[in-house]
Design a protein around this ligand. Structure first.
Ligand SMILES: NC(=O)c1ccc[n+]([C@@H]2O[C@H](COP(=O)([O-])OP(=O)(O)OC[C@H]3O[C@@H](n4cnc5c(N)ncnc54)[C@H](OP(=O)(O)O)[C@@H]3O)[C@@H](O)[C@H]2O)c1
Length: 251
């Protein structure tokens, strides 16, 4: 099996890369920074797997086109393409800088779609988020990018033979949540990224197409479906805190 994972140098992406490599896959590791990609690649090779790190900024259309061309020279078709890299651009909607809006839409939505069109893999795995299904203050842009990618994925699987898997990680200990905790002083329970990545891959290999890992997300999704007004009233009550939490800078 040959798979490509974006954002594979750190967090959940790195954990999924290591978990897939354990199953004998060759993994193409994509990210902006070379160092974390090399580190992930060396963990994979130490464990007997194969990795190909490629530096690429997904917000840059030309870089994404070059990435696709490089891969097509070596492989006819990928078995798996995991859209994991994402920018969390949160905070008050009216204060989001235009450049951040464009970078987020390019990185989280447009260029993953563009990359998929270039590569036409057998399976696409989308790393989603709770906020694509539950409208949360402070997440308008992030939630748009995640929800739109999921909607695109569902339409893609309805139209083509490409299988689409959606995975919803719980709140997980990574750079994204570390920044939130540091800037707001709030502490919340966080899952280990190694376990989250491992579970997503296990459930993908078991054939699941909608992977919701935490019981609290399952409950929230059900509440959102059957009692949306209650959920919205509760979230609105904590609007200011949530805007501050989601607006934590991660770069
Ligand atoms: N952590 C959570 O609680 C949580 C919960 C639900 C969903 N998620 C989702 O899980 C996914 C992984 O996030 P994470 O929590 O593991 O955080 P993370 O460790 O910060 O991972 C994000 C990865 O994306 C890469 N990346 C960011 N912008 C990029 C760009 N323009 N081009 C290429 N690569 C880029 C980063 O690498 P470089 O900086 O080197 O480019 C990094 O490796 C994201 O889609 C996130 O929305 C996370």
């Amino acid at each position: 099996m040959v798979g490509l994972i974006t954002g594979a140098g750190t967090g959940i992406g790195q954990a999924m890369a290591l978990a897939l490599a354990k199953h004998g896959a060759t993994i193409i590791l994509v990210g902006r920074r070379r160092e974390p990609l090399i580190q992930t690649a060396s963990l994979i090779t130490q464990a007997g797997g194969q990795a190909w790190p490629i530096v690429c900024d997904l917000s840059d259309r030309q870089a994404v086109a070059a990435l696709a061309a490089q891969i097509k020279q070596r492989y006819v078709q990928l078995d798996l393409l995991i859209h994991n890299a994402a920018l969390l651009t949160g905070g008050a909607f009216d204060q989001l800088p235009e450049s951040a809006i464009l970078a987020t839409l390019n990185t989280n939505l447009l260029h993953p779609i563009w990359l998929t069109r270039q590569l036409l893999p057998k399976t696409v795995l989308i790393v989603g988020s709770t906020v694509s299904r539950v409208a949360m203050p402070g997440t308008s842009l992030y939630s748009l990018s995640k929800a739109a990618l999921e909607a695109w994925g569902l339409a893609l699987t309805a139209e083509t033979s490409i299988k689409v898997v959606r995975a919803y990680p719980p709140a997980t200990k990574t750079a994204i949540t570390a920044a939130m905790a540091q800037q707001t002083g709030q502490r919340f329970p966080l899952a280990e990224s190694s376990r989250v990545g491992e579970q997503i891959i296990q459930r993908y290999l078991a054939g699941e197409t909608e992977i919701v890992l935490s019981a609290s997300d399952r409950l929230l999704f059900r509440l959102q479906r059957y009692a949306p007004k209650l959920v919205q009233a509760l979230l609105k009550r904590y609007r200011q805190q949530l805007i501050k939490l989601w607006g934590a800078k991660i770069d």
